[in-house]
Design a protein around this ligand. Structure first.
Ligand code: SF4
Length: 147
């Protein structure tokens, strides 16, 4: 049962399905919690075509955001497919500030991090590395317990 009255919304189209076809788009009901780095959790409709998200709208049946979205979620498709989006580890080659990087594997990245962490432990003691938590909380509260 809806907790609020939704004027102007065609409830027959949306019903309570989690996915449906709307013309050329597959519409998927989901949630954006923190994806753009936000503390809220607005319900969204993903409009996908040929396996690609093309636009996002607020879910009119959501009692929380009631179909509304702010610009961060309305524009998040740009983030998904931006050519500069970081999708794999990069290692600096050249001097700091040269902005020269080479792609490395995840194993190489973890090995490199582990090597540097061990070197810091040995040179300065394990207390010399401190983890902090703050914004981005859904993944941060565990971090201090891992170090
Ligand atoms: S619409 Fe805005 S407030 Fe809602 S989840 Fe997206 S970024 Fe957060």
């Amino acid at each position: 049962m809806l907790t609020n009255e939704l004027e102007g919304v065609n409830k027959d189209v949306y019903k309570t399905d989690w996915q449906w076809q709307e013309g050329e788009y597959t519409v998927t009901r989901t949630n954006m919690w923190t994806a753009p780095g936000c503390h809220n959790g607005c319900s969204v409709l993903y409009y996908t075509k040929d396996g690609k998200v093309e636009k996002i709208e607020g879910d009119p049946l959501s009692p929380y955001n009631q179909g509304r979205l702010c610009m961060r979620c309305l524009d998040v498709v740009e983030t998904f497919y931006h050519p500069d989006r970081l999708k794999y580890p990069l290692k600096r080659v050249g001097e700091r500030g040269d902005n020269k990087w080479e792609r490395i594997t995840w194993d190489e990245a973890y090995d490199d991090i582990a090597e540097h962490v061990r070197a810091i432990w040995e040179d300065y003691g394990p207390e010399s590395i401190v983890s902090m938590q703050g914004t981005g909380r859904n993944i941060c509260w565990q971090t201090p317990y891992l170090s």
